[in-house]
Design a protein around this ligand. Structure first.
Ligand code: NAP
Length: 264
């Protein structure tokens, strides 16, 4: 797809996958709207993008707050006619047993990872539908297909994202607007800097670079598929789990519980 002069909005653009995705789109001549809470980090990303000579604006916003998302979308739509590609990437996880996490901690993951996506879609989809064009890319995780101990509430937020996207995809049929979920395995970013991951191994030897995921997001921006799993070989694991859950789930449960034990 030719991204030249397309308008791309990326949430969670101050770090990791979102930041790298902004760089890859800018390399391809796209105009960018960078969204996250930390303005100073967004300003640094915008500075890094100057060399690509595309239009970049910084919009600080907490996506878990629907009033802030509404305000942010007003500012964006005053500057741009519409958004061509909306990348819902802002997200985080808190590691811990459900019995140890507070309700606020569980709620906060749902509010950012799932409702943050819903708020952005509700504010930008109407204009996409009016223009009969555009694409939504939702960054989920393989945790959208596996309920894992220690990150149950994170998994729930990503399952919700995938289910919402699947339902919406049916609704968008023949509208000219597309939606694709990108589901990576572990990625080397600041995601694991949350204190709850303190004693956990941050990366495995198979961890992806944010560039690999960013490239999958560019591919997803024009894809007819519901979900792109990165790397694609992991599709086999999802298929095995869905087809033989009684065989696969005990193995998964045991290996992740061992990690939890070593944490404690
Ligand atoms: N790293 C992995 O192993 C991995 C694997 C699969 C999926 N993912 C998903 O990939 C996405 C990006 O994560 P990452 O790995 O790039 O982690 P990261 O480096 O920690 O980046 C997370 C981004 O989300 C933003 N963010 C968090 N809460 C926000 C909020 N309430 N409002 C607005 N922005 C918010 C952060 O910016 P501010 O703090 O400035 O707001 C930051 O830009 C997440 O959705 C994550 O679930 C990550």
């Amino acid at each position: 797809m030719d991204f030249k002069n397309k308008t791309i909005l990326i949430t969670g653009a101050s770090s990791g996958i979102g930041k790298q995705t902004a760089i890859e789109f800018a390399k391809n001549g796209a105009n960018l709207i960078l969204v996250a809470r930390r303005k100073e980090k967004l300003d640094l990303v915008a500075q890094e993008l100057e060399k690509f000579q595309t239009l970049v604006i910084v919009c600080p916003c907490d996506v878990s707050d629907k009033d802030q998302v509404k305000e942010m979308s007003k500012i964006v739509l005053e500057k741009f006619d519409s958004v061509d590609i909306l990348v819902n990437n802002a997200g985080f996880a808190i590691y811990g047993l459900v019995s140890d996490l507070s309700i606020d901690e569980i709620e906060s993951q749902m509010k950012t990872n799932y409702l943050g996506m819903v708020y952005c879609i509700k504010n930008f989809l109407p204009l996409m539908l009016e223009k009969k064009s555009g694409h939504i890319v939702n960054v989920a995780s393989v945790a959208a297909s596996f309920g894992l101990p220690g990150i149950a509430s994170y998994c729930a937020s990503k399952f919700a994202m995938l289910g919402f996207s699947e339902g919406l995809k049916h609704e968008l049929k023949n509208s000219g607007v597309g939606i694709t979920v990108v589901s990576p395995i572990m990625v080397k970013t600041n995601f694991f800097d949350h204190p709850s991951f303190e004693t956990m191994p941050k990366y495995s030897p198979t961890s992806l670079s944010s560039k690999t995921v960013a490239n999958a997001i560019l591919k997803a921006s024009n894809s007819p598929r519901l979900e792109i799993i990165v790397p694609s070989a992991v599709r086999v694991a999802v298929w095995l789990k869905n087809t033989f859950p009684y065989f696969i789930n005990p193995i998964l449960g045991k290996s992740f519980k061992n990690q939890l034990k070593s944490k404690n």
